[in-house]
Design a protein. Structure first.
Length: 166
């Protein structure tokens, strides 16, 4: 049985390898420190039978965006800002890739965004892209590219709510 939970000392970050040194090092060297400082939260996917082994992880943080940076046309362009969530990191262990674990983590992130939005309000979820392959990956969840920055994608809260309640 799979489980997603906040990164804890029992999780073996040292053995995690997703094939990207940058993403491996973020998990190994920064994730816990960022959680202690309330910079971000990292959630890990594990299997109940091996709770220490990390199959994948997602890191979430909050960000502030100017309304003129939104892809959502319903908002007027202005210098006014709003709160949003940011999917800062997403990685799956090399051994566990192509099993749908990344999608599980994205859906988990979407659920957390809705939960926070219901209590405090968020305009949606942002993600910065490392390449065109990532763009295609996030499009399957209905993320849309920003007009002024094609390296960033956005998923409005309303779209998340619709996707998770259908």
């Amino acid at each position: 049985m799979l489980k997603i939970e906040q990164l804890a000392p029992l999780h073996d970050v040292e053995r995690f390898d997703c094939g990207s040194n940058i993403l491996n090092n973020v998990l190994k060297k920064r994730a816990r420190k960022h959680a202690e400082r309330s910079v971000s939260r990292t959630y890990v996917l594990t299997d109940h039978s091996k709770p220490k082994v990390i199959l994948g992880y997602v890191t979430l943080t909050l960000c502030e965006v100017l309304l003129n940076q939104r892809a959502d046309r319903r908002m007027r362009y202005s210098d006014e800002s709003r709160q949003a969530a940011k999917l800062a990191r997403l990685a799956t262990s090399k051994k566990e890739q192509h099993h749908g674990y990344g999608a599980l983590l994205v859906v988990y992130a979407m659920q957390r965004v809705l939960e926070i939005s219901d209590h405090m309000g968020l305009v949606g979820l942002y993600v910065d892209l490392k390449d065109e392959i990532a763009s295609g990956y996030y499009r399957q969840f209905d993320f849309i590219n920003l007009k002024d920055n094609e390296r960033t994608m956005f998923l409005p809260t309303e779209s998340i709510r619709k996707a998770l309640t259908e």
